[in-house]
Design a binder for this molecule. Sequence first.
Ligand code: ZN
Ligand code: ZN
Length: 285
Amino acid sequence: MADMMLHKIVQQQIFEVCKAMGLQTQLEYRGKDWRADVFASNGQSQYAFEVQLSPQSLKKTQERQAKYIRDGIVGCWLFEKEPARQKVELEELPMFKLEQTKNGIIVSLKKRKTLPLDIFIYDFVNDKIRFCHTLNPLPYVEIFFLEMRCWKCGAKNHIYYIAPFRSPCNTLINFDEAMWASDKLAFHPAIVEKIQDYANIEEGKHLQLAPVKTRYSHTVGDSYMSFGCYKCDSIFGDWFVREAVIESWDGNGIVDKLKFKIDFDLNLRQEIPHWCHPGEYDFCE
Ligand SMILES: [Zn+2]
Ligand SMILES: [Zn+2]
């Protein structure tokens, strides 16, 4: 019963948004062998919006979708509970999650982002939600600064690491820097330069940063690009740096942040097909 009410409410909202956009819109529209909850057409494209509150298997959904594809209609599915077997997002099956909240009905794009239902419908029809094959990070680097005491002389120093990247559609893109390697992204000359510049201005001058450079490590028996002590130049080994970074993941110990745009390729694209809603940014790819 509650489901039927919700179904009607969602259906009505979709209907009204489509109407307001000037689309020819009908409820419970019957085609040859299908019936759409909301059917909308702008002369060029036809849309069938399906509000699915009762569970429906992936197979069954694909069967119903095949009829829309056959008839040249864009079928868009809003599930309260998405089919369990659907792991990978599919280009031929735009499928999203409906949620009822105290602020109204929202549509979730795989937890990357949630949109109010009316905005979702508006953006879907206006081609602001598209299928992309890779997740592509935005060209922004965010630096987190941490305090680190020198193990040798006890001086208070700072080190930093690069926060996870975000795609235009708001997915976190984690990356792992190899230990004892000199070619870390954190040590990219363009990034090091930005950090040095920041440490020289008023807001950043509280940071005690020794130069990033090659230092010899007795533990590793080799030299590598490293953080160190600004006072005695002892190396801060990657093992200890990593420990400090992991400890800060819950936000503890981060004393400052810095965000800036970069103009080189991060090479962090991930082959993750998804329905992309970049908002103010460009689509992933
Ligand atoms: Zn020291
Ligand atoms: Zn995306």
